[in-house]
Write a new protein. Sequence first.
Length: 290
Amino acid sequence: MRALVVDQPAPGRLRFAEVPTPVPNPDEVLIRVSAVSINYGELAFGLAYAPDGAIPGYDAAGVVVEAARDGRGPSVGTPVLSVGTMGGWAEYRAVPVDSVGIVPAGADLAVMSAVGTAGATALRAVRKLGSVLGRRVLVTGASGGVGRFAVQLARQAGASVLVSAAEVEEPVAGVIDLVGGGLLATSFAKLASGGVLVSVGHAAGAVADFDYVAMFADPAAVGRYDRSIVTLYLPAETGLAADLTWLAAEVAAGRLEPGVVWRGDWSRLTEAAELLLKRELHGKAVLSVG
């Protein structure tokens, strides 16, 4: 099969190559990939550390051509979206059934390829905040793929959503931070007593510097205690299949918008990646495969 593989000296660190079609494990399905999407994290942090010959790619959508031998998961012919840490940028992908969501019949698979990692990360982040019904929530990095989903999902859950720490005049019940660095510390200071900050990303590429004493003694934070920071790493999460299927249905029904702003053939992946890394692409890029 044809795949995009890591080649560190090559432009964009990628090249096309003929590689063996993956042989799925008993708990995996084999997908004929129709479309893929790209994420900032896999480009900014993943490619630089991947070995030559590896097949990158978090998100891919397509059709099941081989069902899992353990009897679980979707059957042959089912349209699906999938998530993983590698292997998406290829004509075929073997992926565990727990990382596959069923796509409604007739849905645009290119759009569905933009749902997996960003949507599932945002969904799990909102859940970690607890009940936000009637409460105020701050989402940093709201213009990115995860941020866009997080804003929509928090609003669906009944929250009033702010997208800039500068907008926060009164303490908030929760924060979903996708930027890290100094903004993580600033956002934590905005939390009300009992509030939770979910640390998801570090797009700033900087270290967060906390003044431990100020976390308790800052005059602006008097009376606000028991605030916490929790982290979220999607590959460590379990039970994703049901969430991915739900997200696919919400997008297909128009209740969630993944924000696809760029489409092209996968031969143009490095072009789209460059735009995303330069922050010139404000939304999701999807690429047709084959």
